[in-house]
Design a protein around this ligand. Structure first.
Ligand code: PAF
Length: 282
């Protein structure tokens, strides 16, 4: 696997592959890779001849009081994992390479509607930062396919709309959540949890499963969500939101069948997100 740090080298290398008629897949990441990222790489591998991963801790998607500075940076370890998973090229730009004018003067991409509410409500500007960096990476790599995790459910919806609205000729593939044995969704931020918090964290997924079972059995939505929030608070979580939406993130109506429970919460200083799809009864 080759690691490239600058844009001209990336473009030149990819041009050669494109001229050979090879299909390119992209897996954008912020590094500190775990089995969830490796599942993205393995899925992407099946869609392409050349697999490009990127590692860039994107300052544009972090709020002023968020964990940009402490976000784990583990490049050597990540390179070894990517090479083992069959990645061909790793692109690791720095901030001045991607945003040469500085963050304040950077042209931004905003995907309306789907970026609002949920994590977009709790983290103002977050999805503009994601949409901007993903658009830049799409322009630089020009992949045929790009893979994103379903754990970031709203992010995936934002990127699908971005690709449609900006007419990027890219197939977006969502990859299912990878969980620890106790159900906790894998996340780079799980490393922030102390042993007590780590022991509590699986209750998030357990609560989602209990709510799903109740909702699928016809329990009323509003009281179920209130009870879910109360249960999470009892366990020590501080939820930003717990919502039921249609799978396209539209509000649930009497006609909705395919739905998704979405949660974001703090556990101590750590922000966790998770989601679970379900089928509402007629
Ligand atoms: O999901 C992530 O890791 C990031 O939001 C992404 C898509 C790499 C953009 O920085």
């Amino acid at each position: 696997m080759r690691t490239l740090r600058d844009i001209p080298a990336l473009r030149e290398t990819l041009d050669v592959h494109r001229q050979r008629g090879q299909r390119i897949a992209l897996v954008p990441t912020m590094g500190n890779l775990h089995a969830g990222h490796i599942a993205l790489v393995e899925t992407a591998r099946r869609h392409a001849d050349v697999l490009v991963a990127t590692i860039f801790v994107n300052p544009l998607q972090f709020g002023p009081s968020e964990d940009l500075d402490s976000y784990p940076r583990t490049l050597a370890d990540d390179q070894a994992k990517l090479a083992e998973a069959g990645c061909d090229l790793l692109f690791t730009p720095d901030t001045t390479m991607l945003y040469p004018r500085g963050l304040d003067d950077q042209t931004r991409v905003c995907v309306p509607d789907v970026s609002e509410g949920l994590c977009g409500g709790a983290r103002p500007g977050h999805f503009d930062g994601v949409s901007t960096v993903v658009s830049i990476l799409f322009n630089l790599v020009q992949p045929d396919t790009a893979c994103f995790g379903e754990k970031d459910y709203q992010q995936l919806a934002v990127i699908r709309k971005l690709v449609e609205d900006l007419h990027f000729p890219i197939k977006i593939v969502g990859v299912p959540i990878v969980r620890d044995e106790d159900g906790l969704a894998l996340s780079s931020r799980n490393g922030y949890l102390d042993p007590d918090q780590r022991a509590t964290a699986p209750r998030l997924y357990q609560t989602l499963c209990e709510l799903r079972d109740g909702l699928e059995a016809g329990e009323p939505v509003a009281t179920s969500l209130e009870a879910g929030l109360a249960r999470l608070r009892q366990y020590g979580f501080e939820p930003d939101y717990l919502e039921l939406r249609a799978t396209d993130l539209a509000p649930v109506t009497a006609a909705t069948r395919d739905a998704v429970l979405l949660v974001a919460t703090r556990l101590g200083p750590t922000r966790l997100i998770d989601n679970l799809t379900l089928t509402l009864p007629r």
